[in-house]
Design a protein around this ligand. Structure first.
Ligand code: TYD
Length: 202
């Protein structure tokens, strides 16, 4: 089973994933945790380039770097683990590209989806989308560390990304489950574990 996590900057993804990692480490289920960009050796190098605020890329070049990261990740990590019937969790995946490059950078989402298809990227079984108002998310993210190339984008960019995520969830509610991340971390964790368990046993 393939489960992904999505959300804008500061939506609480990282702390939820850290808690799930701990939880699944002590459970019988063999779970593998990964992330994009940067889930492979090549991906780590691509990630450094993508996040470095000294660069300004043409949106199509940015998209192709992300797809190179994903192609490597799918071939080396995701597909082999899925073939072994493992439970695989991934921090960001296809929906990040539709939200950030599609709505954030204004690239054609139909073309992005065609590229996903042509590259034969597996579709997640479940996606947990953490939603938070942009002002709150960004102020959390901005407290953490030096801003990366995406965090440096303006409010409007992040509003477009958030709106796009909410649209994706509305249009594919069977796969994408929306959680309001303004509830406590503990509650969020409990809700996520219950959902994941129900999908595994269902
Ligand atoms: P992330 O690892 O979540 O950042 P952080 O470690 O700071 O929480 O993601 C890195 C950035 O990459 C994030 O700002 C969103 C961006 N991104 C895209 O724009 N498109 C994509 O397809 C992916 C996977 C990530």
């Amino acid at each position: 089973m393939f489960i992904t996590f999505e959300g804008i900057e500061g939506s609480g993804k990282s702390s939820l994933i850290a808690q799930l990692k701990k939880y699944f480490k002590s459970s019988k289920l063999e779970a593998f945790f990964s992330k994009e960009p940067g889930g492979t050796d090549l991906g780590k190098e691509i990630r450094k380039i993508l996040l470095n605020p000294k660069y300004s890329f043409d949106p199509t070049s940015e998209l192709l770097l992300l797809l190179a990261d994903r192609a490597e990740h799918v071939q080396k990590i995701i597909r082999p683990n899925l073939q072994k019937n493992k439970l695989i969790f991934c921090d960001r995946y296809l929906d990040s590209t539709l939200a950030y490059q599609g709505s954030g950078r204004n690239l054609d989402k139909k073309i992005i989806k065609k590229m996903f298809k042509a590259l034969d990227f597996p579709i997640p079984d479940l996606t947990i989308l953490l939603d938070v108002p942009v002002q709150i998310g960004l102020s959390r993210a901005r407290k953490r560390n030096k801003l990366d190339r995406f965090e440096k984008e303006d409010l409007n960019f992040h509003e477009n990304v958030r709106r796009s995520y909410l649209d994706l969830a509305k249009n594919d509610s069977a796969r994408i489950v929306l959680f309001d991340s303004s509830i406590s971390e503990e509650e969020l964790f409990k809700k996520a574990v219950n959902l994941i368990k129900s999908r595994i046993s269902g």
